[in-house]
Design a protein around this ligand. Structure first.
Ligand SMILES: Nc1ncnc2c1ncn2[C@@H]1O[C@H](COP(=O)(O)OP(=O)(O)OP(=O)(O)O)[C@@H](O)[C@H]1O
Ligand SMILES: [Mg+2]
Length: 229
């Protein structure tokens, strides 16, 4: 029997080797799973890489007579939620919250995910587990409370993307993108009464081109207003 070592939802981390052993993963050999260098508390986050890219990363390739080892960039992110769902309805409700966020933030402000429910049987019992195959966002973590100085976005781009050539263009795009994000998030809060976790480390990513994306899509809570409102 596969993966007898315990429930994956209790494990602190999962390796790629463990992932391909899971009963709900059909390993075609085309993709390679690698634990992402950043992890959260609520899910396992795994990079889904092409096997060809991994070969290039490990064996290198000759470019202009020099052997280079390009780091493989994920094609997708596989997220396996740790939530313990007791009914299918609970799981579907969780997926509904993702669709709610998508409706308000729209595709440009969120890392799109194909959410899917699996029957996890590797421990010998049948359990409902929610997973997502998500767009990989290549960029730098945006800490909304970490902007300092007179030109915070310029500082951000210079420090995080020192090799990018179009800083000015990215900064303008980032300003517009953040303004759009904030407007959509406010609309979501007022109209739906829900808010996503904006403070969690790594939940928001700003790309080199100036797009802001919410990647932590399964962290949505009901807004509770205090008595002053
Ligand atoms: N699609 C993605 N593209 C790039 N990075 C991602 C993506 N999904 C997650 N990450 C990174 O992985 C880390 C963990 O992700 P996330 O915050 O979504 O984890 P979580 O376990 O769902 O949530 P929590 O923060 O509540 O523990 C974060 O640093 C995040 O930036
Ligand atoms: Mg998070």
């Amino acid at each position: 029997m596969k993966n007898q070592s315990g429930d994956i939802r209790d494990k602190t981390s999962l390796t790629g080797e463990e992932v391909v052993q899971l009963n709900f993963i059909n390993d075609s050999g085309k993709y390679y799973f690698r634990k992402h260098n950043r992890q959260g508390m609520r899910s396992h986050v795994l990079e889904v890489l092409s096997t060809e890219d991994i070969l290039r990363e490990t064996n290198g390739e000759i470019v202009d007579g020099i052997r280079l080892y390009p780091r493989a960039v994920p094609k997708y992110m596989l997220r396996i939620l740790r939530n313990r769902f007791t009914t299918l309805q609970e799981t579907l409700d969780e997926i509904k919250t993702y669709h709610l966020v998508l409706k308000f933030l729209e595709a440009e402000c969120i890392a799109l995910s194909n959410e899917f429910v699996v029957d996890y049987t590797s421990t010998g019992k049948s359990k409902i587990v929610l997973c997502g195959l998500q767009e990989y966002v290549h960029g730098a973590i945006l800490d909304p409370w970490g902007f300092v100085g007179e030109t915070p976005l310029a500082t951000f781009y210079q420090s995080r993307f020192p090799r990018e050539k179009f800083h000015e263009k990215s900064i303008r795009k980032a300003r517009d993108s953040i303004a759009t994000f904030v407007a959509r998030m406010r609309k979501m809060i007022t109209e739906s009464g829900y808010v996503t976790d904006l403070a969690g480390n790594g939940n928001l990513i700003l790309t080199g081109a100036g797009d802001i994306k919410l990647v932590d899509i399964n962290n949505i809570i009901k807004v509770s207003l205090d008595s002053s409102r």
